[in-house]
Design a protein around this ligand. Structure first.
Ligand SMILES: [Zn+2]
Length: 432
């Protein structure tokens, strides 16, 4: 397979953040092999895509999600977080079956691919079904089984995590990588986290955890252990391992120093943090300290979509507003977090930029739209004005997953039908 995208404009997100016009992009097999001035190509291509009037950019990396929660979209809204979790989400999740997780994930993948997401980092349960969906869909994913360290399933979750990592790491032509996912400091006591660290040492995969999401979490941990959640993990040696920490909304200066010194990666989820009333993460400070930050949607039950364009826009707008500073987070910074830095945040080095040698994970956007004309600044367009429906083509690992806005690997109609049916059945079970 050799694909040419010709005479196009490219936001490379390379070291110099170059934007190329009248450029060609060539993909061979899984990789980008050429990005540069338009040429008279003598060789034969399997597919030629006319890139005139279009924009090529790296696909988005959703650095924190619970894909299958798409089945719970709009099931519980506008209620306090602990009520949301304890009375609505957890009881419903307890009823989810393998097939529910599979179809909930498929629903999420259909939405994510159409919206230009080419990699997502996920934490949930029945992860074999999530990985199967990923394998079928052709998307890239960094997956972990969420582990809760209290209750009957605590040890089984460790065992399942080990099996999951051993079975799935590197599968799907290398598109699937794995992590260990202790849910959070308030659901995983220190003794349990020590077991997780022992397993991490054995398997040598990164850790993915929710951290300092709410004021209540910080209060609870402080009252139990006398330190902040970040300090608690640091004292346990957690940060001597590669860690992706989701949320990090409520941090002290000392917390940020610890995270910076230990190169803790952060998944910033502005939509979810706003919707659950969790607060606003100190993103400009994290960025100033040089901390690696990706953007995430979190689950669709707390967002309520999986739209990375929206997450970029929120990240760029929110911090301007709360800091009374229009330079707080720029469009370029938001786009970098959604692509190249997001890839680094989830421990992938070979995606996130349009440069030779990178995996061919990219999107093609139609610029011939009223809200994208004139084209003074394409990065600003992408962050402040573009919509998922502007995305015409999505490629992962050199394979086209969405063309002219239509999914090529998934049966969208069937997915929507199954998801609706499954959601209705779950509600009926709840009533009984
Ligand atoms: Zn989450």
């Amino acid at each position: 397979m050799k694909i040419l995208i010709s005479q196009t404009t490219v936001i490379t997100v390379n070291d110099n953040f170059e934007i190329l016009t009248d450029a060609d992009v060539v993909v061979e097999g899984q990789n980008i092999v050429y990005v540069g001035p338009t040429k008279e190509w003598q060789e034969k291509f399997t597919t030629i895509i006319d890139g005139r009037g279009k924009l090529v950019a790296p696909g988005f990396v959703n650095s924190h999600s619970h894909a299958a929660m798409s089945l719970l979209r709009s099931y519980a809204d506008d209620v306090p977080l602990m009520y949301w979790l304890e009375k609505r989400i957890w009881p419903m999740e307890a009823r989810l079956k393998r097939e529910d997780v599979y179809w909930g994930t498929m629903l999420a993948l259909a939405e994510m691919i159409k919206g230009g997401t080419t990699t997502f980092a996920d934490m949930y349960f029945f992860m074999d079904q999530v990985a199967e969906a990923v394998e079928e869909a052709g998307i890239r994913a960094v997956l972990c089984r969420g582990m809760v360290g209290v209750g009957a399933e605590a040890d089984a979750a460790l065992e399942e995590s080990e099996q999951f990592v051993k079975h799935w790491q590197g599968r799907g032509d290398g598109r699937i990588s794995t992590m260990l996912g202790p849910h959070a400091p308030y659901t995983c006591p220190p003794d349990y986290l020590k077991k997780v660290l022992a397993l991490q040492e054995k398997l040598n995969v990164p850790l993915h955890i929710h951290l300092s999401e709410t004021i209540d979490e910080v209060k609870t941990i402080r009252s139990q252990y006398g330190v902040t959640p970040v300090q608690l993990l640091n004292n346990l040696g957690f940060f001597t391992r590669p860690v992706l920490a989701a949320h990090c909304v409520h941090l002290t200066d000392e917390d940020m120093e610890i995270m910076c010194e230990n190169n803790v990666h952060v998944a910033h989820n502005p939509g979810s943090n706003l919707k659950l009333g969790s607060g606003i993460a100190p993103l400009p400070e994290l960025v100033d300290k040089g901390i690696t930050v990706g953007l995430g949607t979190d689950g669709a039950a707390s967002n309520n979509n999986l739209d990375m364009l929206e997450e970029m826009r929120l990240a760029a707008l929110l911090h301007k507003g709360v800091n009374l500073d229009p330079t707080a987070i720029t469009a370029q910074q938001a786009l970098t977090m959604a692509t190249r830095m997001g890839a680094k945040a989830v421990f992938l080095e070979d995606v996130g930029a349009i440069t030779p040698g990178q995996k061919a994970d990219l999107i093609v956007i139609n610029l011939q739209r009223p809200h994208l004309v004139p084209q003074h600044d394409l990065v600003a367009h992408l962050v402040y004005a573009a919509q998922p429906s502007d995305i015409e083509l999505v490629m992962v690992n050199g394979k086209i997953l969405c063309e002219n806005g239509k999914l090529t690997t998934l049966d969208e109609e069937k997915i929507l039908f199954q998801a609706q049916q499954r959601a209705e059945l779950l509600l009926k079970e709840e009533e009984n």
